[in-house]
Every structure is written in structure tokens, then in C-alpha cells.
Design a protein around this ligand. Structure first.
Ligand code: PMP
Length: 359
């Protein structure tokens, strides 16, 4: 059997090692995972109750239109219901957009290093990929704008950027959008939106009227703590949403996910608490970096990329043996850095203590 040629260059997704596996491998009783930018406080208690009630209906297909969730998200974000598209995580929206817009003979522009799925899906669609190197962890927006031509279909902005945690300001975004032709889609991936504290971070939803070629991605996987239930969404212009909807599978958000997301959305106190604790957690890492003279990118997310000036895989392995799963920067384009998810105060302290001993 011959699969598409371009698939041969892609490796299957390699998830971080599961906690149980690391325990067994190194004979550990406790393992702390700070690798996938999950919420260390889990999700709102209200979610658990909502899901419990939904367990009675598992034999019934979910609402393919996510009508109730749609209503609530529209209200929360301040857009019309038909300005939303829901996905099995925002990964799924990236896939839907790529499937809808990309193909051979066309190109897509993205920063590098950035979130891997933009590139991955572009390869599958056989589109030309134009990767523009970050400068000091930031998108090089001038160069990205310059690389757009008549064959460009999608420009990906990861804001804040994974893996650097650095953000694009409102002024920078507007300047950029003004340079992009209106028939080129600009995706603003705001997966870490709820963690952002920077005052000049864009209010991108307010820009949708002026820039109908803008599409915003958000997710319930990060601050809302629902990564397992896979709910993400896109916010855009009605016409654009209508055009891409047919590329969405009929039941791509599940029953538990929809209920959980509604309950999570209705507990903004939980989000505020997590956001505050995340800021304090980041401060623990900033203090540690400053003590040890380590370079890092100030982060607007729940992770931090720290340059340890040594082989990232080796340091990753040493931490693994001591019961900490983090993300080596090697595969992320930063070979001497680790990407560490901000955990609870105790988790951060335990990791920092271990790092102190290892450095
Ligand atoms: N975008 C970015 C920038 C991310 O970091 C992630 C998660 N790693 C995603 C999208 C996908 O998240 P999900 O599919 O869980 O919504």
C-alpha cells in the first residue's frame, strides 16, 4: 500500500513519558510531570459534577453543533454564535483549517520554533512551508509579512508562542494585519490566553470586524484544565466559519467535553485563582534563574523555557531519573534549554531544588 509521499517524512507524535512508566523504570514512588503545560490544579470542581450527570447518556451521540456550549462561549467571548467553530481540541481546528485552505502549489507562513502542528498539517496537505526564525523568542513579523505572496493561504501566529512563552502586542498585531492581504488567513493561536497578564496583549476579538481574515484559536485544555476531554474552538468572521464548517467531522466534540466546558466556563473564579498561582509559580523560576545566571524568556503562559547552557537531553534524562518529567528543548529547536510547565508551589520548589543539585 502506498500512502501519500509527504507522510513518509513525518514521525508519529511522541507524547511525554507517562508517570507510571517513569515510576516503574526508575523504581520511584513519586514522579512529577511538568511537561505538557497542563493545569497543575486540575479543573473546577463544578466540572466533575457536570460530567457525573452526563454519564447516563453515553450511548447517545453528542450534539454535533455543540449548541449549548456555543451559546455560552459566544456570550463569554462577546461574538455571535455563528462566529464559532468547535473542535476535538484546538489541534483539530488547526487540522480543519489546513484541510480547508492548504494544498500543493500554495504556501503557509509560520514562525520557527513554534507549535508543531502548523507544520505537521501543512506537510500532510503538501503545501510549501515558509518558516521564519524567531528573534529573541519573538515572531519576526516584518519578515513574516515579507514572505507572503499570491500563493500564501495561512499565516500562523502563536500568541503567546509555544515554546518561548513570548507574546505579540496589540500594536504589533494590528501593524502586521494591516500588511497582510485580506485573502490570506491569519490565525492567532491563543491557547494560553487565560494565563496572559500583559496589558498590551491584543484584544483580538475586537479586531475581527476590521480584519475579517483573522481567526482566533482558544482551548479548554490549558487553564480550564480539561486537556483529557479535548475541546477547543475557533472565533472568526461568520462567512469564514461557514466556509470551513464542512471540513469538520460531525461529532468532533464529545458529550462529556461539552458539558465539562460549560461548567468550566461558569467558574471564572477558578481561572482567576489559577492565573494568580501561575504568576507566583513563574516568579519561583525567575528567581531561580537569576540566582544561577540562567537565561530565560519572560513568559505569558504556564510554562517557561530556560537555557541551561548544556545538552538538554542529558539534563532531561537526569531529571527523569530523579522523578521529574519536563520537556527537552532539543526537539523544540532549543537544544540547550528545557521547557518546564509551572506546577504547584511545592512541585516547582522540588524541581528547583533538584536542579540546584544538578547544576
Ligand atoms: N496551540 C498551542 C500553542 C498549544 O501549545 C497547544 C497544546 N500543546 C495546542 C494548540 C493544542 O491544544 P489542544 O488541542 O489541547 O486544544
Amino acid at each position: 500500500m502506498e500512502v501519500k509521499e509527504q507522510l513518509k517524512s513525518l514521525k508519529p507524535y511522541e507524547p511525554g513519558k507517562p508517570i507510571e512508566q517513569v515510576k516503574e523504570q526508575f523504581g520511584l514512588t513519586k514522579v512529577i510531570k511538568l511537561a505538557s503545560n497542563e493545569n497543575p490544579y486540575g479543573c473546577s470542581d463544578k466540572v466533575k459534577q457536570a460530567i457525573q450527570e452526563e454519564l447516563e447518556s453515553l450511548a447517545i451521540y453528542p450534539d454535533g453543533y455543540s449548541a449549548e456550549l456555543r451559546k455560552q462561549v459566544a456570550k463569554h467571548v462577546g461574538v455571535k454564535e455563528n462566529q464559532l467553530i468547535f473542535g476535538n481540541g484546538s489541534d483539530n481546528i488547526i487540522q480543519i483549517l489546513s484541510r480547508s485552505l492548504l494544498s500543493e502549489g500554495f504556501n503557509t507562513v509560520m514562525a520557527s520554533p513554534s507549535f508543531s502542528q502548523y507544520r505537521h498539517n501543512a506537510v500532510i496537505e503538501n503545501a510549501e512551508i515558509r518558516e521564519i526564525e524567531l528573534v529573541d523568542g519573538r515572531h519576526n513579523l516584518d519578515k513574516m509579512a515579507d514572505s507572503i505572496d499570491s500563493k500564501t493561504k495561512i499565516v500562523w501566529l502563536c500568541n503567546p508562542n509555544n515554546p518561548t512563552g513570548v507574546y505579540i502586542s496589540e500594536e504589533e498585531l494590528i501593524n502586521f494585519l494591516n500588511k497582510v492581504p485580506k485573502d490570506v488567513l491569519v490565525v492567532s493561536d491563543e491557547a494560553y490566553y487565560e494565563y496572559v497578564t500583559a496589558e498590551d496583549y491584543p484584544n483580538s476579538v475586537a479586531l475581527l470586524d476590521q480584519f475579517p481574515n483573522l481567526l482566533i484559536l482558544r482551548t479548554f485544555s490549558k487553564a480550564y484544565g480539561l486537556a483529557a476531554l479535548r475541546v477547543g474552538y475557533g472565533i472568526g468572521n461568520e462567512e469564514l466559519i461557514r466556509l470551513i464548517e464542512p471540513a469538520r467531522e460531525p461529532f468532533n466534540t464529545n458529550r462529556l467535553g461539552q458539558k465539562a466546558a460549560i461548567a468550566a466556563l461558569n467558574d471564572q473564579t477558578f481561572i482567576e485563582t489559577c492565573k494568580k498561582l501561575n504568576r507566583e509559580g513563574l516568579k519561583q523560576y525567575y528567581d531561580f534563574c537569576e540566582q544561577f545566571g540562567l537565561e530565560y524568556f519572560p513568559s505569558q503562559t504556564n510554562f517557561i523555557l530556560i537555557d541551561f547552557q548544556r545538552d538538554a537531553d542529558e539534563l532531561f534524562q537526569k531529571l527523569l531519573e530523579k522523578g521529574f518529567i519536563v520537556r527537552s528543548g532539543k526537539a523544540l529547536g532549543f537544544p540547550t534549554s528545557l521547557r518546564i510547565t509551572v506546577g504547584t508551589e511545592e512541585e516547582n520548589e522540588a524541581l528547583i531544588q533538584t536542579l540546584r543539585e544538578l547544576l
